[in-house]
Design a protein around this ligand. Structure first.
Ligand code: GRG
Length: 362
């Protein structure tokens, strides 16, 4: 029932004041959807209790001088999918079950879930400044409402509070692991600025960028909670590889949705990647059938008509199917690694999530 989420302010409506915004705080769960009591492996139901206070806790930590507080809290309204905290909580509990026969979440693991959502949100705020995006999640973006300078500082502030929360976990290894995510996010964003001239290097460059920009946060959050559970290196590697594979699949589907979903579903304009000059997996695959795409990729779809032509070539090729196939392969690899844990509801939910990632519409 995606329709329930459609907000009248979608599609570049009038500027609305953030304080007077009409969105209800939505829980992590689908509105109007009755949780199925019989489904003990549903990711949303399984994580409901552990994440019910996440947004109010984060909002409490973001206390600051008036306007900075208002801007920083803007995206912590329950409208995001909270994919990273859900995966982090499920991984924590799956590993706690595996090692200690006790699926309860540790407070430190819950803190990692919050920090992951905060790092994600800070990166969204900065990303929208870099891309000059007007909308995000179907509402006006922070930079659109408050301007670039305040948006940059709000992103920095969210990150600084997240750093304090990370330090308060009091585990040096976890700090090192999650600090790597920050370096990866910046490097991933940086890699996106350049295109490779050599066609053979393009796909490898794209996958490396995809790991850093999207998968790193999920992979290292999974590793961090494995460390906190007392897992050895091989168990930490299971958690990391699950997160890495699911993260790459998630971004591949994101890149696919940019070509097939409506702007209403996405909460931002579609074909945005082409408009930003980015050649993602569907285009790189399409290039095999239509080499005419090569010069367009090199000039970052800058000439008039490039975006429309490239969009058509992608749809005429099997680039979208190939992208989906690659996402499925990464999901299968995620399932393979997580199957080495002792069976638990949470382990099964981590398998269910791969299906949701492949079939998601937003
Ligand atoms: C400030 C830490 C920091 C980094 C700066 C701008 C930047 C460097 C990195 C950008 C990273 C970025 C925006 C990656 C995109 C990842 C992605 C797939 C976002 C969409 O995630 P969803 O669909 O979003 O989970 P929701 O809205 O559901 O939360």
């Amino acid at each position: 029932n995606d329709e329930l989420r459609v907000c009248p302010c979608r599609g570049g409506g009038p500027r609305s004041s953030p304080s007077g915004h009409h969105h209800q705080v939505r829980s992590l769960h689908e509105p109007g959807r009755q949780p199925d009591e019989s489904d003990q492996t549903d990711p949303a139901s399984l994580t409901q209790d552990d994440l019910s206070n996440m947004f109010s806790d984060i909002n409490k930590r973001l206390r600051s001088i008036d306007e900075l507080q208002e801007i920083s809290k803007y995206y912590f309204d329950g409208q995001g999918k909270a994919v990273r905290p859900v995966i982090t909580v499920l991984m924590s509990r799956a590993i706690n079950s595996h090692l200690h026969n006790d699926h309860r979440l540790l407070q430190s693991q819950q803190q990692v879930a919050k920090v992951a959502e905060m790092i994600h949100t800070a990166s969204l705020v900065h990303d929208d400044v870099i891309d000059a995006a007007d909308t995000r999640r179907g509402k006006p973006s922070v930079n659109f409402l408050y301007g670039q300078r305040k948006a940059v500082m709000a992103g920095d502030y969210i990150l600084s509070v997240a750093s304090t929360m990370l330090a308060q976990i009091r585990n040096e290894e976890v700090v090192v692991v999650l600090a790597q995510v920050l370096a990866d996010l910046v490097q991933g964003e940086f890699m996106q600025l350049g295109s490779k001239e050599n066609e053979n290097e393009r796909f490898a460059h794209y996958l490396k960028k995809t790991f850093k920009k999207t998968a790193s946060l999920i992979a290292y959050s999974c590793k961090a909670v494995a460390i906190l559970s007392g897992g050895d290196e091989s168990l930490q590697e299971v958690a990391f590889q699950y997160g890495r594979n699911i993260g790459i699949a998630f971004q591949l589907v994101d890149d696919l949705l940019d070509f097939v979903a409506s702007s209403n579903q996405l909460g931002k304009p579609s074909a945005m990647d082409l408009k930003l000059g980015l050649a993602t997996a569907p285009v790189l695959f399409a290039c095999e059938k239509f080499p005419e795409l090569n010069p367009m990729i090199m000039r970052r779809f800058h000439e008039p008509g490039d975006v429309v032509k490239a969009f058509e070539y992608v749809h005429k090729s099997d680039g979208l199917q190939q992208t989906q196939y690659l996402a499925r392969q990464h999901c299968q690899e995620a399932i393979r690694v997580i199957s080495s844990l002792k069976p638990s509801q949470e382990q099964k939910a981590l398998i269910t999530i791969t299906d949701k990632i492949i079939h998601r519409l937003k």
